[in-house]
Design a protein around this ligand. Structure first.
Ligand SMILES: [Cu+2]
Length: 689
């Protein structure tokens, strides 16, 4: 009843807020679904406008989930299949048709009951895009007015005819050559398409862009880096143009409260990521949650999770709207799972902490212009927040430890905590289901000069060779921010796939080892798992066709975690007959180079075999005095840079563009580890004997 009432209210308020020009919604059916509990149709990335990822379907429940089998599995014709891709999209389903987008921005329509192809649209995007931060990826689609909407890696927002896949319009937000791209799923509501933008690692100026759904015309932009005189401008150094290239990307889909007329989104890190020297101040709106008037784009409130971020602790996971009761009072909440390992829980009417967030003094490094205090949410973190000391490293600390050029071990690493992966919220338990990455980084700053369209990090944060990497699933109580249950898992799960929860008392999520799993929402116990055959690192969704409930997940791996590549979509139901596949190769649990040791290879190829972020061979044994040539055969610039207990650059190829080579001679016997500084999850090893 409560939910039903909310829908009626929001329609009335929505009409009032919208003004005379758009009293009649352009797509009343989709707008209604977007404001309702999610049933048989899942019409936007986060299920509905809340991003709760909660399905009201309950045919599959804790008592029968172990009977789930594959209803169908469809391979998407090799789209997005390869080492450079991640497959993170949540499929959409409407009226028995599934729509899915791959890491190559190719879109497929499938019969949601059988998995058969209905149409396909190959993006034709340039295969030489050099502004891809962290793998070729697309997190999903939006729909409305008979169209599907997607953002592309080449920074275009595109509308397709939902019946045929034919392009209706295409609007460039920027050009990729200047460092821009799009990986987030857009949000459609009330005639408007809202899109984020990436490029926080390439010196861009972040923004949320609102487009007219019918024509693709840009209605307004909200820049996440304020210009002179705008709200937040005083958090940047005066007379400095850092705001024109300070990053602040939007990695994920906004949420929208139609009653309040507000749109909400999470903002990424500042650039340069690890060097705060030239950007004294808190640096709004980096690492923040922002609320805007959904019609005009005007700033309404913001909450910054990390002041003057130098750790890449940005807000990358989608914001989530939920309603709850605290001290007998109904409250309108918004939550975001940060890379810091905390869930930030706020009042979505005004951006104030709902449970409590304290500003506490933190370690200082004057050269970094560190912020004096940082926000500490009341409650529990989902991952450890102190690094263990390691041999060879002189400095180790906890979250917000300061650093400069001396390598400093810190946990969480800059990739989380929770990175891009979405959490879900179940109103029946009152818990968020939060994916976590447990990993240490060795942070060090080296400085970078801004050049339009070039990588702009100012430092690096590789995990120490031999350090452990794992993950966790945590239920966090929305009214206390405390752990309800927590389960450790072998692989990092905060970077790709998130969770989905149901009225059947279940939490569904994928696993980099290839399984999709169902947990009891109350206890966290795994009740069912099924091997998809590929890295299952996308967020599942739930839908219904002809009275049957289905669970679906994309399985195609994640280049950052190293899970197995693929191009599969799986759907499961209680009537399913399809058996599991063999387990794929497993991702690493220890940081460092992997694979067999080659003998006397005189050339190391970077980005070979369409695996953009690899050295081949990754390990090589040569005679002392040998010359080894590093050749970039990939698409984007890479380096091979000495990495000795976190110290960078005693030898270095420098940035090698596609086709370029550099020869290094290894005179002294010894083991030489190296990384790619822009992509510090790439490792190599030369053993000189
Ligand atoms: Cu690289």
């Amino acid at each position: 009843m409560r939910r039903g009432l909310r829908i009626v209210l929001s329609t009335a308020f929505g009409a009032l807020l919208a003004g005379a020009g758009s009293v009649w919604a352009a797509d009343p059916e989709i707008d209604k679904l977007l404001q309702s509990p999610v049933g048989k149709d899942w019409v936007t990335n986060g299920g509905n406008l809340t991003n709760e990822r909660y399905s009201a379907l309950k045919q599959i429940d804790t008592s029968n989930v172990k009977q789930l089998k594959g209803a169908w599995m469809t391979r998407l014709k090799g789209s997005g299949f390869g080492g450079k891709y991640s497959f993170e999209a949540t499929p959409l389903v409407k009226d028995g048709i599934m729509y899915i987008v791959t890491g190559n921005d190719d879109v497929f329509a499938l019969n949601a009951k059988s998995g058969e192809f209905l149409w396909e649209r190959w993006s034709g995007i340039d295969q030489k895009i050099t502004s891809v931060c962290c793998g070729w990826d697309n997190r999903g689609l939006a729909m409305g007015e008979g169209m599907l909407f997607l953002g592309q890696l080449d920074a275009n927002v595109v509308a397709l005819d939902i019946k045929t896949g034919e392009e209706v319009w295409k609007t460039p937000i920027e050009v990729w050559q200047d460092g821009y791209g799009i990986t987030s799923a857009p949000l459609y509501y009330d005639g408007v398409v809202y899109s984020g933008i990436t490029g926080g690692e390439y010196g861009i100026r972040g923004r949320l862009t609102a487009l007219d759904a019918k024509t693709g015309k840009i209605l307004w932009r909200f820049f996440t880096l304020p210009g002179p005189g705008e709200v937040g401008a005083d958090t940047w150094p005066a007379g400095n143009d850092q705001y024109t290239h300070g990053g602040a990307a939007i990695w994920n889909t906004p949420a929208l409260d139609s009653q309040l007329g507000l749109i909400y989104f999470a903002v990424g890190n500042c650039g340069p990521d690890y060097d705060g020297a030239a950007r004294e101040g808190d640096n709004l709106f980096c690492a923040s949650v922002v609320a805007l008037n959904a019609k005009t784009g005007e700033h309404v409130w913001h909450f910054q999770e990390v002041h003057h971020d130098i750790w890449d602790y940005d807000a990358a996971s989608p914001v989530l709207l939920f309603d709850t009761t605290i001290n007998g009072q109904p409250r309108k909440g918004i939550a975001q799972a940060g890379r810091t390992g905390w869930v930030y829980i706020l009042d979505r009417t005004n951006g104030k902490p709902l449970i409590g967030i304290e500003e506490r003094a933190v370690p200082q490094e004057p050269l970094q212009k560190t912020a004096k205090t940082q926000p500490y949410p009341v409650g529990d973190a989902i991952v450890p927040q102190c690094a263990q000391p390691m041999e060879g490293y002189e400095r180790a600390g906890c979250i917000f430890e300061a650093f400069w050029e001396e390598p400093t071990l810190i946990q969480p690493s800059g990739i989380g905590g929770t990175n891009w992966s979405p959490m879900s919220y179940n109103p029946d338990t009152g818990d968020f289901y939060v994916p976590g990455t447990i990993r240490t980084s060795a942070f060090s700053r080296y400085g970078d000069t801004y050049k339009k369209g070039q990588r702009y990090n100012g430092g690096t944060q590789a995990a120490p060779i031999g350090s452990a990497m794992s993950g966790s699933w945590t239920a966090i109580a929305a009214t206390t921010n405390k752990i309800a249950w927590q389960k450790n898992v072998p692989y990092r799960v905060g970077s790709g796939g998130g969770s989905t929860t149901t009225a059947g008392g279940l939490v569904f999520h994928g696993d980099p080892g290839g399984t999709i799993q169902a947990r009891d929402a109350k206890s966290g116990e795994v009740l069912w798992q099924f091997q998809t055959g590929f890295g299952a690192e996308a967020t599942p969704m739930v839908y219904g066709v002809d009275g049957d409930e289905y669970v679906a997940i994309a399985a195609g791996g994640n280049q950052g975690v190293g899970s197995a590549n693929g191009d599969a979509v799986w759907a499961f139901s209680l009537k399913g007959q399809v058996n599991p596949l063999w387990p794929p190769p497993l991702p690493p649990m220890v940081a460092g180079p992997t694979g067999p040791i080659a003998d006397n290879a005189d050339t190391i190829k970077i980005g070979a075999f369409n695996s953009e972020y690899t050295y081949s061979p990754g390990r090589d044994r040569v005679k002392a005095g040998s010359a080894v040539t590093f050749t970039n055969v990939g698409d984007i610039p890479h380096t091979a840079t000495a990495f000795e207990n976190g110290k960078i650059g005693s030898w270095d190829t420098g940035a090698l563009s596609s086709g370029e080579s550099k020869t290094i001679t290894f005179d002294k016997p010894g083991t030489y580890y190296y990384i790619c500084t822009p992509h510090p999850w790439m490792y190599g090893q030369i053993i000189a004997e």
